[in-house]
Ligand binder design. Structure first.
Ligand code: 13P
Length: 256
């Protein structure tokens, strides 16, 4: 946690979810009561096919709906892509850019991620820029160097208040059940905070830093208590309302 920052618990459904999965979203909205709303922001990043319906079904629940990627252009001949403008048009208020699965599966470079983030911010979307090292990079002691490169080259310079979020997702912790130690996460999140404060001053201090990679209800309390961890980016455990709300409940435990 960072004093003065309202945490964000964001779910990333990846390529999962059909129309009938929206009952889980509904249950999340029902569980996201006033007490929880005062403690944290809740966001679900859906597959493109569900953004519009999810945004409609989330009206009144205070749950925000987002996308998992966007193109850097607003419109044009880009078969299969969706733009930030289209996400906003569907009722989305946020987008993830630079997830390691996009960087790997689609060869996205830091420069591509930066252009996508800029497009998202132009459309007033909350923009979650993902960074993270591979297992080999960690083993060879390159973690901070890799992260510095990703931060310097994929995090945009201009952003509105509350609109930029940075998510640290070590590639080796995604979907594996392996989680870095508290010390490892603390080291990285302090490093990210120092970079952002060095670059943006007070605005860098206010940027939310999420941890992602095998976050579950059983480890959420320990992870969310780490300094400069201002929430989570959750994959598998965001698909079921019970699990996702269990992670959100970590904040009740921390504050009580
Ligand atoms: P898991 O929570 O399934 O490890 O996924 C993390 C992730 O990639 C979220 O973007």
């Amino acid at each position: 946690m960072t004093p003065g920052i309202k945490p964000l618990i964001a779910g990333n459904w990846k390529m999962n979810g059909f129309r009938n999965s929206l009952k889980e979203l509904q249950a999340m909205g029902e569980g996201y009561d006033l007490v929880m709303r005062n403690r944290l922001d809740m966001l679900l990043c859906m597959p493109a096919t569900l953004i519009y319906t999810a945004a409609l079904s989330a009206v009144g629940s205070h749950v925000q709906i987002g996308a998992q990627d966007c193109h850097m252009n607003a419109v044009g001949a880009h078969t299969g892509d969706i733009s930030a403008m289209m996400v906003a048009d569907c009722g989305g208020s946020a987008v993830i850019v630079g997830h390691s699965e996009r960087r790997t599966d689609h060869g996205e470079s830091n420069e591509t991620v930066l252009s996508k983030a800029e497009a998202a911010l132009r459309n007033e979307l909350m923009t979650i820029v993902c960074i993270g090292e591979t297992e080999d990079q960690r083993k060879s002691g390159e973690t901070l160097k890799v992260l510095e490169d990703q931060l310097s080259n994929s995090v945009p310079n201009d952003f509105g208040e509350g609109k930029l979020v940075v998510a640290y997702e070590p590639v080796w912790a995604i979907g594996t059940g392996m989680v870095p130690t508290v010390e490892q996460i603390a080291e990285v999140h302090n490093f990210i905070r120092d970079h952002l404060v060095g670059r943006f001053g007070d605005s860098g201090q206010a940027i939310r830093l999420l941890y992602g990679g095998s976050v579950k209800p059983s480890n959420a309390v320990e992870l969310m208590a780490i300094a400069n961890v201002d929430g989570a980016l959750v994959g598998g455990a965001s698909l079921k309302a019970d699990d996702f709300l269990g992670i959100c409940a970590a904040y009740g435990t921390l504050e009580d």
